[in-house]
Ligand binder design. Structure first.
Ligand SMILES: [Fe+2]
Ligand SMILES: [Fe+2]
Length: 305
């Protein structure tokens, strides 16, 4: 028996005309809006949506993880549109959401902003609502411990950086230790990649070294992230060996720059000796308007000691 986890990210759900009134945008939102008008509206479109949903349905994953950047300018109408989209996907207990930098392009009240997605960001224990203290949340699903982090911070213009902060890192360490003792397959959901890559500091996770230090100390079986809109795999240091960290393309991208739409399916099973993680890379083919297999790999991971 294996547990299947679909990983989608960076929906950047295209706004409708009525969602955006430029008179209500602050400086950073206005620049994001100009970028959208100039090129991003050609990248993130509804075109792959039907094929994406059909492909997801054909695999019937046990759980779906969405790792942020679900909107573009952080407008209340966008948060409501994503909420409607999530509502149509199934029970909030079967879908986990974390925010990305675009979801905090501007400060929006919890009620009009991220609070719209509260049911999808709620840990099993409930806990504090209404700000950074909601994270990390912990959801136990089958053999998995899904730990959702927020790297979303409102930054200055032209910055897409992220930050976890010490309190969140401390809580993460405790949750990793607790779920390790329970023998669960720990999946850490984070929007920004944990290592420096394209875009440099301007797009990076500021406290990535501290994040990697927590992982090195407490361990995790898998890190899933978005942000760069490409399939990527790197190894992070853990106490029992390497921790795979995987990035996924934007779920609705229709151009090759940086990468066409894709999502990943992770199948997790346990033997007496190890965890087995099989990953299927599903990528959009615009000619046939369907998703196809672009790659598949299997990794054996040590059981936590
Ligand atoms: Fe993004
Ligand atoms: Fe991002």
């Amino acid at each position: 028996m294996s547990f299947s986890l679909a990983h989608l990210s960076d929906l950047h759900l295209p706004p409708t005309q009525t969602d955006v009134s430029w008179r209500r945008l602050n400086g950073k939102q206005f620049l994001a809006f100009l970028s959208w008008r100039r090129k991003r509206h050609r990248v993130h479109t509804f075109q792959p949506m039907a094929a994406l949903l059909a492909d997801l349905a054909s695999y019937a994953p046990d759980h779906i993880a969405l790792t942020g950047d679900l909107v573009n300018f952080a407008l209340p109408a966008e948060f409501r549109a994503v909420r409607q989209w999530l509502d149509q996907r199934g029970a909030p207990t079967d879908i986990s959401v974390i925010p990305g930098n675009h979801d905090l392009t501007a400060q929006v009240s919890w009620q009009d902003g991220l609070g719209q997605w509260d049911a999808w960001m709620r840990g099993d224990a409930g806990g504090a609502r209404g700000g950074a203290e909601c994270f990390p949340f912990l959801r136990r699903r089958g053999p998995l411990a899904l730990i959702g982090l927020s790297t979303a911070v409102t930054t200055r213009v032209f910055s897409a950086a992220g930050q976890l902060g010490r309190p969140q890192l401390d809580r993460l360490g405790k949750l990793l230790a607790e779920t390790s003792r329970e023998g669960l397959f720990r999946v850490v959901l984070i929007h920004h990649p944990p290592v420096m890559s394209r875009g440099g500091e301007r797009k990076a996770l500021r406290d990535r070294a501290a994040f990697c230090a927590v992982l090195k100390r407490q361990g995790a079986e898998l890190v899933l992230h978005g942000h760069h809109h490409v399939t990527s795999v790197v190894g992070l240091s853990g106490p029992n060996g390497t921790i795979p960290s995987m990035g996924v393309p934007a779920a609705l991208a229709t151009t090759e720059k940086p990468e066409i739409a894709g999502w990943h399916l992770h199948r997790i099973s346990r033997t007496n000796a190890c965890w087995q993680l099989t990953t299927l890379v599903r990528r959009y083919d615009s000619a046939s308007d369907s998703f196809r297999q672009a790659a598949e790999w299997t990794i054996d991971l040590p059981l936590a000691q």
